[in-house]
Write a protein that binds this ligand. Structure first.
Ligand SMILES: Cc1cc2nc3c(=O)[nH]c(=O)nc-3n(C[C@H](O)[C@H](O)[C@H](O)COP(=O)(O)O)c2cc1C
Ligand code: SF4
Ligand code: SF4
Length: 262
């Protein structure tokens, strides 16, 4: 059977999950059509689909919501699996619920909707995971992804229930709507290149949505930014900072999936 796998990634965790799922499906005889969002060809003739996304502020990234909402409707309901990669598996909030709703509306039959715990990459605001912690989490994530793929192949329904776990409902609601309603349209303006910037231009070349333009040798961010944190985490000079609410630049660490080559 032909399986389409679509994923969005900032720093490689979700691409890794998509790859592990693909390994299991292809070992079972599937032909894979695997591609990154944005730029992925439309899903037309696949027998089943896998969608993988990071969690952003207790929801799905804007770019993933748009992609799912624009999927062409299949003639008959198409089996699908939705997997989100999360820095904290208890802080996935509305991500799976919204993804399932969008896929249902496009004529997909979601058999598996689950979370995989991966290293946190929101490093402008949260500490980067230590190397050994990240390595253990990635290894466990590989196993979880493979198990989900086996369940999907077996047609075994698996859905993680909606839960805000340790966060209060009011705090979660504010974080989610603050980011997706307001933050996403403004947070691009909080990125800065520091004096350490070498004008190499890598950040502009690797941005998945071409939100960075080099102006007089320095990066300039634009509102197309999805806040994936790829530029921040991969700048070789660690010369990118993102100002917090009181205007302080981040001094935290960086994270990237070790094999990720954007
Ligand atoms: C802007 C932003 C917001 C995030 N919000 C959450 C969150 O609400 N809950 C969570 O568990 N992880 C959150 N994360 C962490 C990522 O979802 C997680 O590290 C993911 O594995 C990153 O995947 P990637 O490497 O494919 O980009 C956030 C990351 C970013 C960049
Ligand atoms: S990747 Fe870093 S050093 Fe290179 S241009 Fe961008 S900010 Fe400057
Ligand atoms: S500008 Fe940076 S954070 Fe924004 S989408 Fe591009 S790489 Fe991601």
């Amino acid at each position: 059977m032909k399986t389409a796998i679509r994923y969005f990634t900032g720093t490689g965790n979700t691409k890794r999950i998509a790859g592990r799922i693909g390994d299991v499906l292809s070992a079972a005889g599937d032909t894979l059509d695997i591609a990154a969002i944005p730029g992925a060809p439309p899903v037309t003739d696949a027998g089943r689909c896998v969608f993988c996304s990071p969690v952003y502020a207790l929801g799905l990234p804007r770019i993933v919501r748009r992609y799912l909402a624009g999927l062409p409707k299949p003639g008959t309901p198409r089996p699908a699996m939705l997997v989100v990669s999360a820095g904290n598996p208890d802080h996935t909030g509305w991500a799976l619920r919204h993804g399932r709703e969008l896929l249902d509306a496009r004529g997909y039959c979601v058999i598996v909707s689950e979370t995989i715990h991966m290293p946190d990459n929101w490093t402008p605001f949260l500490p980067a995971p230590a190397e050994d912690v990240a390595a253990r989490r990635l290894a466990a994530g590989d196993e979880s992804a493979a198990q989900l793929a086996r369940d999907f192949l077996a047609g075994k329904e698996r859905h993680r229930p909606f839960s805000l776990a340790a966060m209060t409902p009011a705090g979660s609601w504010l974080a989610h709507h603050g980011f997706h309603g307001l933050g996403i349209n403004h947070m691009w303006s909080l990125f800065r290149a520091t004096r350490e910037c070498t004008s190499c231009g890598l950040c502009a070349r690797i941005c998945p949505v071409a939100a960075i333009e080099m102006v007089e040798g320095k990066p300039r961010w634009s509102k197309a930014c999805e806040q994936c944190c790829r530029c921040f985490n991969l700048c070789p000079a660690r010369a990118i900072e993102q100002l917090d609410l009181v205007g302080r630049g981040s001094t935290r660490g960086r994270y990237c999936e070790p094999n990720f080559k954007p």
